[in-house]
Design a protein around this ligand. Structure first.
Ligand code: GRF
Length: 199
């Protein structure tokens, strides 16, 4: 299977995925990395790994759907079977989701459905939660709301700062995301009644 990673930022999850592909822990080909941010470090990671790195400028499009149409065209050029979001900061249009039904994965840094949105780690920390951790889920048309695949618990230590908690969550992300991607590739994820069963 061929897959693409979409990323807008520093790309630490992308890097963990690249390493897992290289180590044969994800038995699929990462064909292209696409970003909506020209200077996303994720694109640099892709270049270092000799993977095509594509920047698509949102300013060139009148709306979300026309941007996504261009995105889908690029994905078709690379014969992409499924899509992995890794810190991709744009909401996907329904058009995009219809092109890849149940074939888009995302990682979010809280135990969904708690703390949706872009400041999940800080909100959980400020709330004083004792347990948090990342969630990998299928993407649907609502933000951070698709069927949950896997979560890893991260204990919040009284000595944790926001920074140390962020670090622990990112480490957990780098463990579970490659694992879930490989489960997907092996056809072990089934969605039944809106819930994911790992077979
Ligand atoms: C991660 O915390 C992920 O959960 C969220 O965005 C962040 C991306 O980090 N969706 P990175 O760019 O992979 O380092």
């Amino acid at each position: 299977m061929n897959f693409a990673v979409l990323a807008s930022g520093r790309g630490s999850n992308l890097w963990a995925i690249i390493k897992a592909v290289e180590a044969g822990k994800i038995k699929a080909d990462l064909k292209v990395v696409i970003s909506d941010k020209k200077d996303a470090y994720a694109l640099e990671h892709a270049r270092q790994a000799k993977i095509p790195a594509v920047f698509i400028d949102p300013k060139d499009f009148k709306d979300r759907e026309s941007f996504d149409k261009c995105l889908v065209e690029r994905l078709h050029e690379f014969n992409i079977d499924f899509v992995v979001l890794a810190g991709y900061m744009r909401l996907l249009s329904s058009y995009f989701i219809r092109q890849y039904p149940d074939k888009v994965l995302n990682i979010h840094p809280s135990l969904l459905p708690a703390f949706k949105g872009t400041h999940a780690i800080k909100e959980a920390f400020d709330q004083g939660v004792k347990v948090t951790g990342p969630t990998v889920h299928f993407v649907n048309e609502e933000m951070d709301a698709g069927p949950i695949i896997l979560q890893e618990r991260v204990e919040v230590d009284p000595k944790d700062t926001l920074e140390s908690l962020e670090e622990k969550i990112h480490q957990a992300e780098h463990r579970i995301y490659p694992k879930v991607i490989d489960l997907f590739v092996q056809g072990k994820l089934r969605i039944s009644g809106g819930k994911v069963v790992i077979v």
